[in-house]
Design a protein around this ligand. Structure first.
Ligand SMILES: CCCCCCCCCCCCCCCC(=O)SCCNC(=O)CCNC(=O)[C@H](O)C(C)(C)COP(=O)(O)OP(=O)(O)OC[C@H]1O[C@@H](n2cnc3c(N)ncnc32)[C@H](O)[C@@H]1OP(=O)(O)O
Length: 193
């Protein structure tokens, strides 16, 4: 048996079912916040991840690597690839109807990801223990059944709206509270000032 880590679900963890109000498989999840670097349309140079609800507690996402995402010439920066996985893994919260933030995230880079390629990410929840959500993801090059380029494992922690209101910079928080449309509706996040 391998050594337990912070990514090892505790014995009391359960395999979750999708929330009864979770979006059905194939539903486009859209951006969760217009300025989000991972999914927002308004974020300059952002990843613009496109995410759909998957089967069970899972999501599928696509990320096309542009010249703005380079680390080495013509190759994606590893940190930005990790960002794409953070975003996809975070979207699992929609399937559980909770808002969760990353506590711990590990990424394994298996092959280089060239500019112009599209990473097909499948992310799923393995277990939930109280507020702790244990998830994994795999990213394949240029097709849903393409070669594996990146794998990730994460622990997310469910938080309330106050996490964002209390910790975010006041001007952005105020802007969102004044215009809840900036946080997309029809998702797990409800902004009720
Ligand atoms: C204006 C309104 C707008 C609203 C708009 C909403 C927008 C919705 C946006 C969503 C966004 C998603 C975007 C992508 C995902 C990010 O990128 S999120 C950004 C990156 N992550 C962060 O900034 C999180 C920073 N960390 C924290 O805030 C706090 O450490 C946490 C994670 C909330 C936990 O703190 P806490 O709530 O005080 O809870 P705590 O008791 O410490 O931990 C709870 C449990 O988790 C365990 N745990 C916590 N961290 C770890 C860790 N790193 N390793 C192992 N175990 C851990 C603890 O041991 C504990 O276990 P138990 O004792 O229950 O067994």
């Amino acid at each position: 048996m391998s050594r337990p880590t912070s990514l090892t679900p505790p014995p009391e963890a359960v395999v979750p079912q999708p929330h009864p109000d979770a979006p059905s498989p194939g539903t486009e999840l859209g951006e969760h916040y217009s300025d989000c670097f991972g999914c927002g349309e308004a974020a300059p140079g952002g990843l613009r991840l496109r995410t759909r609800a998957g089967e069970g507690v899972s999501v599928d996402a696509e990320f096309t690597v542009t010249a703005q995402h380079q680390g080495a010439p013509g190759l994606a920066h590893g940190g930005l690839l990790t960002c794409a996985f953070d975003e996809a893994l975070g979207a699992i919260g929609y399937m559980l109807h909770t808002t969760a933030v990353t506590g711990h995230l590990e990424t394994d880079f298996r092959r280089p990801v060239p500019v112009g390629s599209t990473l097909y990410i499948h992310a799923w929840c393995e277990a939930v223990a109280g507020r702790k959500i244990y998830s994994r993801a795999v990213g394949r090059l240029d097709a849903a059944d393409g070669p594996i380029a990146v794998e990730a494992a994460a622990l997310f922690v469910s938080v309330g709206l106050e996490h964002f209101v209390d910790n975010g910079r006041a001007e952005e928080v105020r802007r969102v509270l004044d215009n809840p449309d900036l946080i997309k509706s029809g998702r797990a996040f409800e902004v009720n000032p």
